[in-house]
Design a protein around this ligand. Sequence first.
Ligand SMILES: [Zn+2]
Length: 57
Amino acid sequence: MHDILWNVALVIVIAGSGAVFTQIYCKSAYFTCAACKSLNAKRRSACRKCGAPLEKR
Ligand SMILES: [Zn+2]
C-alpha cells in the first residue's frame, strides 16, 4: 500500500518538475511582446503580431 502511495507521489513530483522545466524553457526561448503579450521566438527582432521592436533581456 505504501509502495503505491510512494509511486503516486513520485509521478506528481515528476509531472510538476516537467511543467516547471517547460515554463523555464519557454521563458528562455521566447520573448513576450510588451505591447500585445504574444510569444515571439528569440531570434526575432520585432513582434510577429504587432511589429513592435522586442526588448532584449
Ligand atoms: Zn506584439
